[in-house]
Design a protein around this ligand. Structure first.
Ligand code: 13P
Length: 282
């Protein structure tokens, strides 16, 4: 099977799975993959992603101009293009509205507690990108603020977005986001999560290399005790919207940072911050 033929079949299969699992309803959701350095293969707009056939997909260039296909590309193409622009390592993007994860996105609660080993190693914390009207640059810009450091995002009052080096990996990350959300919800209903210890989180982060996980998976420090109501939140840095900051280990808290506060960044976040500062100087 030729590469494009296989990728068309994979997108159709992932569309079928997101629909069957209830991660989307009606015509919701969209999926894309890089065909090569210059072209994307993408789901068409306004159809149920559960009932697509390979010939319904659309190819575009990296500026979003349609190259082939009878239909128009997804209305969320700007969001997909923003991911490919900022993350050259990424080859596939999945957007869906899984109900529990989207519930967290609607409630404004990020999935940022270190409670599940698999999530710590694969995704790290899952922040919420600000609300932006679907299909507009507003939503693409909201995604830009986090996507350099995260492979999974909640989209405020909208849904979720996952990215990976290949299609099925991006889809599986969507499964993980929803699964994590369901478990978090149950744990909160049962009285709250017991977070993993700092030592265990360090151990899990070291295992990432062994499992061949190169994607970023930044985390909030698990420094609050089980039952502690203080959640480790992501906050925007005053100087750069790209940084994901966490409160100092001894004083987990929500809110603005003081001048003397300790700020921790992953290597990727630090690089993104510097790149942005340089861009602004030009
Ligand atoms: P499209 O059918 O245009 O991809 O839109 C679906 C959707 O979920 C918008 O957020």
């Amino acid at each position: 099977m030729q590469l494009e033929e296989r990728l068309r079949a994979d997108i159709v299969e992932i569309g079928r799975r997101v629909y069957e699992r209830g991660f989307v309803a009606s015509n919701d959701g969209n999926i894309s993959v890089r065909l090569d350095d210059d072209r994307l293969l993408m789901t068409p707009t306004g159809v149920s992603k559960g009932f697509m056939t390979p010939d319904m997909l659309v190819t575009t260039d990296l500026a979003g101009r349609k190259l082939t296909g009878d239909r128009d590309a997804s209305s969320e193409i700007l969001m997909h293009l923003a991911v490919y622009e900022l993350r050259p390592d990424i080859r596939a993007v999945v957007h869906a509205h899984p109900p529990t994860a989207t519930g967290f996105a609607v409630a404004g609660i990020p999935l940022d507690r270190a409670v599940l080993a698999e999530v710590v190693t694969t995704l790290g914390s899952i922040p919420i990108a600000d609300y932006g009207t679907p299909s507009t640059t507003e939503l693409a810009d909201a995604v830009r603020r986090f996507i350099r450091a995260h492979d999974g995002l909640l989209l405020a009052n909208h849904g979720a977005l996952t990215v990976a080096r290949e299609l099925f990996a991006a889809y599986y990350k969507m499964e993980t986001v929803e699964h994590f959300a369901r478990i978090s919800l149950v744990a909160r209903q049962l009285g709250g999560e017991r977070v993993l210890s700092r030592e265990e989180v360090n151990r899990l982060q070291h295992l990432r290399g062994r499992y061949g996980i190169a994607a970023p998976a930044p985390l909030c420090p698990p420094d609050h005790e089980a039952g502690d109501e203080v959640s480790c939140q992501t906050v925007d840095a005053p100087s750069s919207p790209d940084a994901r900051l966490v409160a100092p280990a001894a004083q987990p808290r929500v809110g603005s940072l003081g001048l003397d506060d300790e700020v921790r960044l992953t290597y990727r976040e630090l690089t993104a911050l510097i790149a942005d500062a340089v861009k602004q100087l030009r």
